[in-house]
Write a protein that binds this ligand. Structure first.
Ligand code: DQA
Length: 145
């Protein structure tokens, strides 16, 4: 099973960016965690990060025919991007949304998720482990097919 993990804007700044909210682990640590989760679940995990909305849309479209499922942390585009929502709907792949922080416990504008409307599950407030949980969920549900 091929799982594409997509990270949106500023997630490449993990470890530097607001460590009180997002933790001290770096983006490189996240990449290592994803590799581990792939081994743990016997899935092929690849990762893509971009700060640009259109690039994220392009990568979601690319996933059609090239991946079996998507794990996505769209960063701030979560709360604004109908284009990313439409791309996720267009490819119609099983998708899980991940947020490192508990967005519901933060500013009201973070309580709305457009992109989550195309995802079958959202994992929030679990730190980087949320990505591992998303991969385990998808592998258990779709990995045997
Ligand atoms: C985030 C939450 C978003 O509100 C924020 O804009 C991010 C990161 C998270 O992982 O907690 O960039 O998606």
């Amino acid at each position: 099973m091929k799982i594409l993990v997509i990270n949106g804007p500023n997630l490449n700044m993990l470890g530097i960016r607001e460590p009180g909210i997002y933790g001290k682990n770096s983006f490189t640590d996240l990449l290592a965690l994803l590799e581990e989760a792939g081994k743990e679940t016997g899935t092929e995990v690849t990762q893509y990060q971009s700060n640009h909305e259109g690039d994220l849309v392009d990568r979601i479209q690319w996933a059609y025919g090239n991946a079996d499922a998507i794990v996505i942390n769209p960063g701030a585009y979560t709360h604004t991007s109908i284009a990313i929502l439409d791309a996720l709907k267009a490819v119609s792949l099983p998708a899980v949304e991940v947020h490192i922080s508990d967005v519901d416990a933060r500013e009201p504008f973070r309580h709305v998720s457009y992109t989550g409307m195309a995802c079958e599950k959202t994992i929030k407030g679990q730190g980087l482990d949320g990505y591992r949980q998303a991969i385990v969920y998808l592998a258990e549900k779709y990995g045997k097919a």
